[in-house]
Design a protein around this ligand. Structure first.
Ligand code: WTA
Length: 658
């Protein structure tokens, strides 16, 4: 293996990763974020945030940076007023940058659109006027169920402009999942499209909405973007074409000022129970953290960079690092509609070459997929414009980190491994590309102004070289302001565990290395991380037992070389479940059933039919033992099981081809 530049301590054994990659001198010399940023934040944290908030244009100033008197419900920039969409769009036009490209949109079939900031302002204004016509106003909720189309961005910003909350539902979720999210938020309008191009063909999307809205009393209208021109069902009282309603609107819309704490959006994420949580974010603090972190972590130079975040708009990464952070900063960015291997496995690199992408932010699971496809694929493209690479969603294994730097970053680009969550709103822990000596596999240190600690079960910080639980020990501007409609769940989920200390419990295990850098070790609750997507074991279990043939189910996340974790289900079938019970057809029926209930991303990798589940005497399923089986390990201590022979039966079943 050739040695990348700037590598200070070579060790071929990646299992004992202890190399560091200091920033190159020329990069450090031009970097937005310097070491002084840490000093400034350390000497006056709230003063630091007040300075960061000046990145935005406020219609009236705040009188207090932080009000934490009603903890855990924070208020940031109290009394300040702004319009989030104006900050992401109009003010760049007013500053003379209207001709700058905001979005280079690339469709999967190869069609493309370039949208400047002036055009973006017109489109967002038209969409805002259309939503007003449909009766959407401040405080209303709008569900957005769209793939990666420019209209998704227009719709989100139009909501923000009107003070309406968007609830974006990932296009890969099923109609069931969509319905429960629409109902929880009581959305008035649903925005969708006829279909989406995925893997070279048109897949229907509106059909899911039609199924979902059969039982959503709050929905008055469904606004439909035409994308694939496929046949769709139509309800003339309810459904409207985007091109009929939006295109005829005026391109002028005067944005109103909203309070800094005005709600901006709800985004549902899996928790440890079956019911997804509607994470609530507000305006001024969220946008401040989005803009600051996007500038510092990606070293954004809006005049010259072409930024690309490969996340879907349906996840928080798409909200903060496609829509709000980059647009608040006036960035030019690529948005790609399709899958990375359509029509060929070099598609991403072809796009990097076509647009001269400088900054590429993706997920470790995709890097591992690229590794499988082979380094000869990216080698066929000119990737020399790339200058910052980033990852998010799960721990990145040092092998993937090294491959990414070597084969995508030409052995020279910094890599930022960014830790954060839907709940944190923006990046919390990450290297700074011009400052930090990067360590493959570690997210390293909280960013200036942000704070995180690893503590033991009692809430006491652990020492260097020790592991424990990750907590966020100080309020931060982008923090969630609650769970939609469920304050108690908000307190219980995040604040009850370390109530005495007032820490936010992130749900992740972590450790400090001997330098005091943080390594994230994965979830410590019943949430799985599959290809960077949070899926709760209970949600998949509920989906399985909702099938008539299933009596009981237990689900675990087992290590998976590509997806991080894979879903492995153990099911007990009902007596008399038919001849094929436990056969291939029955199992594929169950996998499809989970896809129908939640979405294809939640399909179990493997389903094992068993006759018993390992339970303690109090009836709690011991997932730890099932994980041992699913990961082909020696089964651990079974002494607390009600019936210790259960594990022998399960292991034997697994070996005989489960
Ligand atoms: C995991 C995604 C290790 C973590 C922005 C967290 C990570 C959950 C990293 C949040 C990282 C995210 N290293 N683990 N760099 N980034 N995670 O809400 O378990 O979809 O709690 O937000 O992903 O997932 P979410």
């Amino acid at each position: 293996m050739s040695q990348p530049d700037g590598q200070s301590n070579t060790l071929d054994n990646l299992l004992e990763e202890n190399r560091t990659f200091p920033p190159a001198a020329d990069f450090a010399a031009q970097a937005n974020a310097t070491a002084e940023l840490h000093d400034r934040a350390a000497e006056d944290r709230l003063g630091f945030w007040a300075e960061q908030a000046r990145r935005l244009q406020w219609d009236s100033d705040w009188d207090q940076v932080l009000d934490w008197s009603n903890a855990p419900f924070a208020k940031w920039f109290v009394g300040g007023r702004l319009n989030v969409a104006h900050n992401c769009v109009d003010r760049h036009v007013e500053a003379g940058n209207g001709d700058r490209v905001a979005i280079y949109w690339e469709g999967e079939p190869g069609d493309s659109r370039r949208i400047t900031y002036s055009e973006l302002r017109d489109e967002v204004s038209r969409t805002a006027n259309a939503l007003t016509e449909l009766g959407v106003g401040s405080g209303d909720r709008v569900a957005i169920y769209l793939p990666m189309l420019p209209e998704a961005v227009f719709a989100m910003l139009a909501c923000a402009r009107l003070g309406a909350l968007h609830s974006v539902v990932f296009g890969g979720f099923s109609s069931e999942a969509l319905r429960s999210r629409i109902n929880d938020a009581e959305a008035k309008v649903v925005i969708t499209c006829d279909g989406q191009f995925r893997r070279g063909s048109a897949a229907p999307l509106k059909a899911n909405v039609d199924e979902a809205v059969t039982d959503t009393p709050s929905v008055e209208h469904v606004l439909v973007v035409r994308r694939t021109a496929s046949e769709v069902g139509w309800d003339a009282d309810r459904d409207l074409w985007w091109h009929d309603v939006v295109d005829r609107q005026s391109a002028t819309h005067t944005p109103e000022s909203f309070d800094s704490e005005h709600p901006l959006f709800i985004l549902y994420t899996s928790g440890t129970t079956g019911k997804p949580k509607g994470i609530l974010h507000t305006s001024g603090g969220y946008l401040t953290q989005a803009a600051y972190t996007h500038n510092a972590v990606f070293d954004l130079k809006p005049e010259s960079d072409v930024y690309w975040c490969t996340a879907d708009i349906g996840w928080v990464t798409g909200h903060t690092y496609i829509v709000y952070g980059p647009l608040a900063n006036g960035a030019s960015q690529v948005i790609y509609e399709g899958t990375p291997n359509s029509p060929h496995e070099g598609r991403h690199w072809e796009i990097v070459q076509k647009y001269g992408v400088t900054t590429y932010y993706t997920a470790p699971t995709l890097i591992r997929t690229f590794m499988k496809w082979g380094a000869e694929i990216p080698a066929q493209y000119d990737l020399s414009t790339l200058r910052v690479l980033g990852t998010v969603g799960e721990p990145i294994n040092p092998e993937a980190w090294t491959w990414f730097r070597e084969h995508i970053g030409s052995g020279r680009t910094p890599i930022v491994d960014t830790w954060w969550q839907t709940e944190t709103g923006g990046i919390m822990i990450s290297p700074l590309p011009g400052v930090t000596s990067a360590k493959p596999g570690s997210a390293q240190q909280p960013l200036p102004g942000l704070s995180a600690t690893v503590v033991d079960e009692s809430g006491t910080p652990v020492g260097r070289g020790e592991g424990g639980l990750l907590v966020l020990d100080k309020p931060w501007p982008g923090m969630l302001r609650g769970i939609w409609g469920d304050d108690q769940r908000f307190r219980d989920t995040y604040w009850a565990r370390f109530a005495e200390q007032g820490y936010y419990f992130a749900g992740d295990g972590a450790k400090y290395d001997s330098d005091g850098d943080i390594w994230l070790l994965g979830r410590v609750d019943d949430v799985m991380n599959v290809s960077g997507h949070r899926i709760s074991t209970t949600e998949v279990e509920s989906a399985l037992v909702s099938h008539p043939t299933v009596a009981e189910a237990a689900v675990v996340g087992a290590e998976d070389a590509t997806t991080g974790q894979g879903i492995v289900a153990f099911v007990i079938l009902r007596g008399g479940s038919g001849e094929d019970a436990g056969g291939d057809t029955a199992i594929s029926t169950l996998r499809e059933h989970v896809a129908h209930e939640i979405g294809p991303i939640a399909k179990p990798r493997q389903i094992m039919v068993v006759s018993e589940l390992p339970k303690t005497r109090s009836g709690k399923i011991m997932r730890r033992l099932l994980r041992d089986v699913a990961e082909n390990r020696q089964v651990g201590d079974v002494s607390t099981l009600a019936d210790s022979s259960v594990m022998d039966q399960i292991s034997a079943g697994m070996k005989s081809g489960g």
